[in-house]
Write a protein that binds this ligand. Structure first.
Ligand code: ATP
Length: 454
């Protein structure tokens, strides 16, 4: 798993900042919490939304060869029977007979070649047995077994099930893709590493359909596209790693799979899988449903089942990578020579939850407040703005540094033209990372900031 440097202390600081600043809260917290379930607070939801919007923009809107869809979470049992999930979507589970904890067999640590319970150190473990990770539910009032349905364990299956409808209505030609962002549910035996492994999470998946002979090439094409995506949201290439999944660990139907991994403070772990799944899924659903899910090529007059390459990313894992990458603590010295620790979230401006803070220098000066409100109103239709007039200006900057806000605008007496008429209608624009300030004309702000956050 891990060649990355482990840094549990850093992780603790990140978790505490996320709670303190309203990125992420434990699900059902006031009732003791629900294990493996997380709620996103005001800053977290903005970050997550920016990530999903950017994915949708580059994977769907900017491409002629991809269309989107939004499938239901509740899924017919037959779908997940045909896909293989009902029979094989399981992890090996063992019980510790000493402390009764349930453990994922492949994650139980060994000491001197003997598996030991990580909770109590006990060596009396049961034999591994498969534990199905799907959440089943009863659909409707009837209690008969046919009323069983599942919360989907991945978004991909509804894309395969709707392949024909999307093909017929969008009239796309191969190669083309169907993309989806949405919730998925897995009853993980051991949810852990904060939001990294949860029981409810979101996926961003693309199923890119192609001719059989294009599969291997497209697998490499999509790997590069996805690496570029991560770089464009602020995850440096040096902390991203590509694992070629060995033949023995790949799904039997896959002809090639890459995992894109990131160096988290708890180790190197998977962000996304990019897999060439051949024609397995469409063939399975075709056989089980008896409905054709094939493709007719008008040029060659051939009819065949398309193959598919799937880049499948986790929203929450990427949010966590963005947070881990952004978190920085540094010592800064003020004009009076006093040193203090500055916590700053260095989000890429494209991902930052709040794009700009707007601050009147003093809140008891109506002319400053009025001007600051006017600047806020100018920018608000274009981006997420935070208006703050309380406390010393330095403290207001620090609060926004912790939220990861890339820009701060201060309206001062110069803005009102009280000292130098040449500076009338200008503000100071502060850069979060360098902390440098420059004077910028108010009417130049919208263009300047929208370019920076695009
Ligand atoms: P893992 O081996 O870590 O359990 P996986 O290989 O089973 O993951 P996939 O089935 O390939 O994962 O799912 C695609 C993506 O969905 C993963 O790369 C990950 O980003 C995300 N994902 C999967 N399971 C979880 C989970 N329990 N919590 C958060 N994200 C998840």
């Amino acid at each position: 798993m891990t060649e990355a440097k482990l840094d549990p202390q850093r992780m603790e600081k990140i978790v505490s900042l996320c709670k303190r600043r309203g990125f992420i809260f434990q699900g059902s917290e006031i009732y003791g919490g629900l294990n493996g379930v997380w709620d996103y607070g005001p800053l977290g939801v903005e970050l997550k939304r920016n990530l999903k919007d950017y994915w949708w923009r580059v994977m769907v809107r900017e491409r002629e060869d991809v269309v989107g869809m939004d499938g239901a979470i509740l899924t017919h049992r037959a779908v997940l029977k045909a896909s293989g999930h009902e029979d094989t979507f399981s992890d090996p589970m063992v019980d510790c007979r000493t402390c009764k904890s349930r453990l994922r067999a492949d994650q139980v640590p060994e000491k001197n070649g003997i598996k030991q319970c990580p909770n109590c150190g006990g060596k009396d473990l049961t034999e591994p047995r498969p534990f199905n990770l799907m959440f089943s539910t009863q659909i409707g009032a009837s209690a008969d077994p046919d009323a069983i349905g599942y919360l989907r364990p991945e978004t991909a299956q509804s894309i395969f099930v709707q392949f024909k409808n999307v093909l017929d209505t969008s009239r796309k030609k191969l190669p083309f893709g169907i993309a989806q962002i949405g919730k998925a549910f897995r009853n993980e035996i051991n949810p852990r590493n904060y939001i990294f492994r949860s029981r409810e999470f979101e996926q961003m998946e693309l199923e890119y359909f192609c001719r059989p002979e294009q599969g291997m090439k497209l697998l490499d094409y999509w790997l590069e596209e996805r690496l570029r995506f991560y770089e464009n949201i602020g995850l440096p290439r040096t902390r991203l790693h590509v694992l070629t999944v060995p033949d023995t660990e790949r799904a039997f139907y896959s002809k090639g799979t890459y995992d894109i991994e990131y160096d988290f403070p708890f180790g190197r772990q998977e962000l996304e899988g990019v897999a060439y799944r051949t024609d397995y899924d469409l063939t399975q659903h075709q056989q089980a449903s008896g409905k054709p899910l094939d493709y007719f090529d008008e040029e060659t007059k051939q009819r065949f089942t398309p193959h598919v390459v799937e880049p499948s990313a986790g929203v929450d894992r990427t949010v966590l990578a963005l947070i881990c990458e952004a978190f920085a603590e540094e010592t800064v010295t003020d004009e009076k020579g006093k040193s203090e620790t500055r916590i700053v979230m260095r989000f890429h401006p494209r991902m930052a939850p709040i794009k700009v803070g707007v601050f009147p220098l003093l809140k008891n000066q109506p002319a400053l407040v009025e001007k600051a409100r006017a600047v806020e109103a100018l920018l608000r239709p274009r981006m997420n703005v935070f208006y703050d007039e309380t406390g010393a200006i330095g403290r207001r900057y620090r609060r926004q540094d912790e939220a990861g806000t890339p820009f701060g605008i201060t309206i001062d007496f110069e803005t009102l033209g009280e000292r130098d008429p040449a500076l009338r209608e200008t503000v100071t624009l502060r850069d979060r990372d360098s902390m440098k300030q420059e004077r910028v004309k108010i009417d130049e702000l919208p263009a300047r900031l929208t370019t920076a956050i695009q």
